[in-house]
Design a binder for this molecule. Structure first.
Ligand code: ARG
Length: 579
């Protein structure tokens, strides 16, 4: 539709000028002024003429009528009508076939992509779990939104760097080392992996702070021991360094399994520890610029003039903090990648943190501060229960995936027991169901996870759209090898409706990028699936007797296959030819 809108906008501009306006809006602006009417009887596109009425000094009704006349001979327009100050436009079916359909098929894998990002680099910081703490469903958001944003930017030609900023440094390692030395041993961790680490972590937290429910009394001495072990680690103690590396390796191996299920890879795993020696230079810069204030012994940047609490840079004991590290990491990334945009995907709970240190970077005089973008998302709960982190009362991402895969396996055993690669398909459908369900919501909304809804093959779900894609594959397999030289033509309303939805893909990709909103793609995939299934049920494809009708329908199926095939990877959804 982007091309169609542009063609129409060019004509409209001519029309506006011929009405005697000294100047007309730009083609690009006129293009965005074209709306999709709520009801198909109003045409496919509509231009509200109210805004134009001031510059043109005429009533909207008159403008709409005059512009309708001037669109009369535009190739892509079948009908242009003035209705109550709106110009309603119906797109020509011939044009849809000769340009849109053939355009989709010719572009293939490239359909929907663009080159606007060519030569520019986008750095994306996402997933970034905290080692030794559970990788739970609260991390689903950053992981899949982050990866979707990476895929979307790549689709627009940007060079993308996906960074997993592992939480691999901090006092939690002191705690873990104490817990390991007290209650753990090598075999136990080798066998139990990350689950054992998390168990130890939960146990030491309970021991330090106490847990009334479990009748555990607080033991502050353990907290001191943990701080001492962390200090030793910071000072380069060999034994602690070795333990630390080992804990990270074990955790990473586990995360990799989850990433593999999602089809996610990272370009960099430089975690928090990497920036330890890069912070002093930034602290010095803050000091030189006179930005640091001492407050109760701690060093802060006062952000009161900007309506925010102070940004903490150094604790009283001189140790650094979360913002300090983020500032040093941003400087490093700017120097390393010379990014045009640096995107950070985290829960909305961290919005203040990002606003604060972005401001500090600005005050430090880094002119690239405007290129920093925080993309927040809402909280996730499961059937209503909020997820706690420290107490061990959490739902792990891998368990959620496992549960979904098991359920899909059971459904498949019932519906399609003889299918090949059953395990692989069950994994793609199970994991896809969760991802799709999650990404169907606007990212900022809090969501409550209901497994049955996510897995419903008949609802607006991952399995449903994956099934639709497999259906297009099946039609195409059966149509294979047949001549399709018959001239194509639209003969049924459901064909035109489908093609119009397919025509919207490029602008949906642009909108998803502009708003950092993968749900635009998820919803679009549902629109395509609905339009295709309606077409599939109402129009005979392979059994159509007229060769031109049959050929048109096969090509429409092929175009649907192209669009879904291009859209799925943008939201971490795997495509399967058979389900
Ligand atoms: N590790 C952090 C957490 O789990 C997220 C890190 C986000 N990225 C950043 N550059 N601060 O809360």
């Amino acid at each position: 539709m982007q091309t169609i809108k542009k063609l129409i906008a060019e004509k409209l501009k001519e029309g506006i000028l011929s009405l005697g306006a000294p100047e007309a809006p730009e083609v690009a602006d006129l293009s965005t002024m074209l709306e999709y009417p709520p009801d198909e009887n109003m045409g496919d596109l509509a231009l509200p003429c109210f805004k134009l009425s001031r510059t043109l000094r005429r009533a909207p009704v008159q403008i709409a009528a005059a512009l309708a006349d001037c669109l009369g001979d535009t190739v892509c327009v079948e009908k242009a009508e003035a209705v109550n100050g709106y110009l309603n436009i119906t797109v020509s079916k011939e044009y849809l076939i000769s340009n849109v359909l053939s355009g989709i098929l010719a572009a293939g894998e490239k359909y929907g992509s663009s080159e606007v990002g060519r030569g520019k680099t986008v750095v994306l910081d996402y997933s970034s779990p905290n080692v030794a703490k559970p990788f739970h469903i609260g991390h689903l958001g950053t992981t899949v939104i982050g990866h979707a944003l990476k895929k979307l930017h790549e689709f627009h030609g940007y060079e993308c760097v996906g960074i997993n900023y592992l939480g691999d440094w901090g006092t939690q390692f002191g705690k873990l080392i104490v817990a390991y030395k007290r209650w753990g041993n090598k075999e136990m961790i080798e066998q139990g992996g990350i689950d054992k680490l998390v168990e130890l972590y939960v146990k030491i937290n309970n021991a330090i702070s106490g847990n009334a429910e479990q009748g555990i009394e607080a033991d502050p001495a353990l907290g001191d021991a943990a701080r001492a072990e962390f200090k030793k680690l910071e000072d380069g103690d060999e034994e602690n360094l070795a333990l630390w590396r080992w804990f990270i390796d074990i955790s990473l191996a586990e995360y990799e399994k989850t990433y593999k299920q999602l089809g996610i890879t990272f370009d960099s795993y430089k975690g928090e520890s990497f920036y330890t020696d890069k912070m002093p230079a930034e602290v010095a810069k803050l000091r030189d610029k006179g930005l640091l204030k001492i407050d109760d012994g701690a060093s802060i940047v006062d952000l009161e003039p900007y309506g925010m609490p102070p940004c903490l840079i150094l604790k009283r004991d001189g140790s650094t903090l979360y913002p300090t590290r983020d500032i040093a990491a941003a400087v490093y990334r700017k120097n390393t990648y010379d990014f045009d945009k640096a995107i950070y995907v985290t829960s909305a709970g961290q919005s203040l943190h990002f606003a604060q240190w972005f401001k500090v970077v600005e005050l430090m005089g880094y002119d690239w501060h405007e290129k920093l973008v925080h993309v927040p998302y809402g909280t996730v709960s499961i059937n209503g229960a909020k997820l706690a982190t420290r107490t061990g009362n959490v739902v792990l991402l891998k368990d959620l995936f496992r549960a979904a895969i098991e359920e899909v396996s059971a459904i498949m055993t019932e519906k399609n027991p003889d299918i090949e690669n059953k395990a692989e398909i069950a994994e793609a459908v199970g994991v896809g169901a969760i991802v799709f369900y999650y990404l169907s919501n606007s990212r900022i909304k809090d969501i409550n996870f209901v497994m049955e809804d996510a897995l419903n093959f008949d609802g607006n779900t991952g399995p449903y759209v994956q099934y639709t894609y497999a259906r297009t594959c099946s039609v195409l397999r059966r149509a294979e090898g047949e001549g399709d030289s018959a001239p194509l033509a639209i003969t049924a309303p459901d064909e035109a409706a489908l093609l119009k939805v397919l025509a919207k893909f490029p602008e949906r990709v642009s909108a998803a990028i502009a708003d950092y909103e993968p749900s635009v793609i998820t919803r679009y995939i549902l629109d395509v699936s609905a339009a295709f299934n309606r077409f599939y049920h109402n129009c005979q494809i392979l059994n159509a007797t007229d060769p031109a009708v049959r050929a048109t329908r096969v090509e429409l199926t092929r175009a649907t296959n192209v669009v879904l095939g291009n859209a799925f990877p943008l939201i971490c959804l795997k495509k399967m030819e058979k389900i």
